[in-house]
Write a protein that binds this ligand. Structure first.
Ligand code: NDP
Length: 507
């Protein structure tokens, strides 16, 4: 039985098999939560949440410190779980563990500051004498819907700031990679988190939909198509949502770049996590004067990349294709490119039995008539295009419905920054790629069809709160002069004052 076949022999216990994409072997089974079961989980979370909010951010930070230690003590078990269900290289799984350990520290320490009451000043004469501030309350129950490319960080990772803000969380991981999320449920229990503050519901799209129907906030990571459906439903319910969706991230190599650095950034940016990242480098534009040197060196490096099942650190560079339908998308983009005149310099083929892999693939002679340059490929492929100059590169980079991340490699910082400001992308890296995801202080969100809102930065935790604006009249009079019954002389005075302060004479 493969993991996508649903066992319906017993209606009460519908199950989905989970397989290891690098071998095809079934490694687990999950139950499919019905809409009622999701509603029950949300109701339990709603009852548990006030107690969790009441203990305050500092006590939650202490709970996170215990969880961080659990991660350190169980790091190999977590890594093995991620690798088994996702098929990635062990090094890529290490990054997920690093992310969560440091996220516990960051949100645990920063939550009190980022959620603190903030004093506000107003220039308006209508509120003279009042003191004003904003304060935040947790939203309630945050529903998180995660994809399969990062079983830990794109799902549980988003739970950390939501919990830090005093919310309860119900997480629906991808049906393809649910086991690491279930491991996190065990972590929460073993670390003594209050019951039902963090729960996992497993199942396919319908289970996710049920969560959108019941949660108070939805954090969704996945395709733009499903993101739209989630946002539409959230709109109907008038609940907020945050969406991290597709990308077609461009990397621009300027003529003054260190070619060696540019090649390494392009290679790692395209092949990290098997290219199955929303922030993967999906296309490269190289200024003509360094194009030949760049492509020659990148070609050599592509030929050195190890592809295969991970059996420990150093065993492979690029792992399996996690999501079966993704293989067809990658194949389609390559076939389309070849039909339109592109050349494959390295790779180009699917490998199966055992498992499901795609060769790291380098494409040249590409242009924007090809799907590989305009649609999200989400695989270990890299098309490289020669451009006359940086201005053309910027124009092509912006010729996309997506706007998640874009990168520039070059030595002249002033020029690189000037060009970066012209990029239509929520995240920009100079002389790097993908680094923004690891920088908790930097908001990471997409423009255009790449999403709404951001994870990380102040917005990354404040979005999980309701803002309350408070105005306090510390020295109230029995009656203010503007109150009913109106006094015409007072309002005449107001108009004269307005003229005196803002009128022509004062310009
Ligand atoms: P989806 O966006 O369809 O799925 C993401 C998550 O949403 C999964 O947990 C899925 O459950 C769930 N889901 C599906 N339908 C609904 C719904 N109507 N309401 C609520 N939740 C729902 O992505 P896919 O996994 O199908 O991948 C498709 C494409 O998305 C990829 O080819 C890739 O281009 C992109 N992608 C982007 C990612 C990113 O980081 N931004 C990550 C992964 C993929 P289930 O898995 O059970 O269907």
């Amino acid at each position: 039985m493969t993991r996508t076949e649903i066992d319906t022999t017993d209606d009460r216990h519908t199950q989905i098999a989970v397989d290891d994409p690098s071998t095809g072997a079934v490694i687990g089974r999950i139950s499919v939560a019905s809409a009622e079961q999701v509603a029950d989980a949300v109701a339990r979370a709603r009852r548990a949440q006030p107690g969790w909010a009441d203990i305050g951010p500092r006590a939650r930070g202490q709970m996170f410190a215990r969880s961080r230690q659990w991660f350190i003590d169980h790091q190999q078990e977590i890594i093995d779980s991620i690798v088994a269900e996702n098929g990635k290289a062990e090094e890529d799984a290490v990054i997920e563990v690093v992310y969560c350990v440091t996220a516990f520290s960051y949100w645990g320490k920063q939550a009190p500051r980022l959620l603190a009451e903030t004093k506000v000043r107003s220039l308006s004469p209508l509120v003279i004498g009042r003191s004003m501030y904003t304060r935040r309350e947790p939203i309630g129950v945050v529903g998180i819907i995660g994809p399969w490319n990062n079983p830990l960080i794109n799902s549980f990772g988003d739970a950390i700031p939501a919990l830090a803000a005093g919310n309860a969380v119900v997480l629906k991981p991808s049906e393809y990679t649910p086991l690491t999320a279930l491991l996190m449920e065990r972590m929460a229990k073993e670390c003594g988190w209050p019951k039902n503050v963090f729960q996992v519901v497993t199942g396919a799209g319908a289970t996710g939909q049920a969560l959108v129907d019941t949660a108070d906030f939805v954090m969704f990571t996945g395709s733009t198509r499903t993101g739209r459906a989630v946002a539409a439903r959230a709109g109907e319910r008038l609940i907020p949502c945050s969406l991290e969706l597709g990308g077609k991230d461009a990397l621009i190599v300027l003529s003054d770049a260190s070619v060696e650095r540019a090649v390494n950034v392009a290679l790692h940016g395209a092949l990290f996590n098997g290219g199955q990242m929303c922030t993967s480098v999906e296309r490269v534009y190289v200024e003509a004067s360094v194009y030949d040197k760049f492509v020659t060196r990148l070609h050599e490096r592509f030929n050195e990349v190890k592809l295969g099942k991970s059996t420990g650190l150093g065993s492979t560079d690029v792992g399996a294709m996690t999501f079966p339908p993704q293989v067809a998308t990658v194949e389609e983009h390559i076939e389309d490119a070849l039909e339109r005149g592109a050349r494959v310099l390295a790779g180009g083929h699917t490998l199966t039995s055992p498992g499901r892999f795609f060769e790291p693939t380098l494409l040249v002679d590409v242009d924007h008539s090809m799907k590989c340059m305009t649609e999200e490929t989400f695989g270990p492929t890299l098309p490289v295009m020669k451009v006359d100059n940086a201005e053309e590169a910027i124009e092509l980079a912006n010729d996309s419905r997506y706007g998640l991340q874009a990168s520039i490699i070059g030595k002249n910082m002033a020029r690189a920054r000037r060009l970066a400001a012209q990029l239509e992308a929520g995240c920009v890296t100079i002389n790097d790629a993908q680094t923004n995801y690891m920088a908790f202080g930097l908001p990471m969100g997409g423009w255009k069809e790449s999403g709404l809102g951001a994870r990380h930065g102040a917005e990354g935790i404040r979005k999980y709160t309701k803002l309350q604006a408070v105005s306090v009249n510390r020295f109230p009079m029995n009656r203010d002069p503007h109150m009913i019954p109106y006094s015409p002389s007072f309002y005449r005075l107001v108009l004269r004052g307005l003229k005196a302060v803002y009128g022509k004479a004062r310009r």
